[in-house]
Design a protein around this ligand. Structure first.
Ligand SMILES: CC(C)(COP(=O)(O)OP(=O)(O)OC[C@H]1O[C@@H](n2cnc3c(N)ncnc32)[C@H](O)[C@@H]1OP(=O)(O)O)[C@@H](O)C(=O)NCCC(=O)NCCS
Length: 161
């Protein structure tokens, strides 16, 4: 069942108040890495009745490119369209800001995420071999597959699909 979009507000969070680590650490288990990219990121939240149900961090890479560094939805609210809504809003925001490309990376083992991002117009452009082995202290497994490589996808905002 999809959650009705009119019941959700997507808004930019002011991180000087609270940082929703419970959600951010769902997408990235390293608090050190999360803290490092949050400093420069714009964080968008999907909010219903004052409760944050999902977050997305948009991190600037250059003047006209950015990367979605973190996307997470509360486990009990997943599968209802919130992640898709956050990505669509981040891409809309990036288009208004006249960015040319938005990137997103995920693991070779993140099968459903790979499906989601491609359905939303992202295309695979690069594989960073052994990224997760080199950057994370503990091995990560999903869907019975070890997360080894980072699959990088991008969306060209100058030629929308
Ligand atoms: C990945 C994630 C952000 C997707 O958000 P969501 O709100 O569940 O996504 P949606 O409801 O918009 O679902 C869109 C698609 O995502 C996939 N999906 C649905 N539930 C999912 C789940 N529990 N886990 C992963 N992917 C899921 C499906 O392909 C779905 O497509 P469909 O609706 O056509 O079947 C969310 O599941 C999550 O927070 N997972 C844990 C953190 C994470 O892995 N973040 C991404 C790091 S790269």
């Amino acid at each position: 069942m999809k959650l009705e979009r009119q019941n959700l507000i997507i808004k930019k969070l002011d991180l000087t108040n609270t940082i929703p680590y419970d959600l951010l650490l769902l997408a990235d288990p390293s608090k050190e890495l999360v803290d490092r990219y949050l400093e420069k990121s714009e964080v968008f939240a999907a909010i219903q009745a004052d409760e944050i149900l999902g977050v997305l961090a948009l991190y600037p890479l250059t003047d006209d490119t950015a990367e979605i560094k973190n996307l997470a939805v509360k486990p009990e609210c997943q599968g209802q369209g919130i992640g898709s809504y956050l990505i669509e809003e981040a891409v809309r925001h990036a288009t208004i800001r006249k960015l040319k490309t938005v990137f997103i990376g995920t693991a070779n083992s993140s099968i459903r995420q790979l499906s989601l991002y491609q359905k939303l117009g992202f295309q695979v452009i690069e594989v960073k071999h052994d990224y997760f082995i080199q950057h994370y202290a503990e091995p990560i497994f999903e869907n019975g597959i070890q997360a080894r490589h980072m699959i990088v996808l991008s969306q060209d905002l100058t030629h929308p699909t």
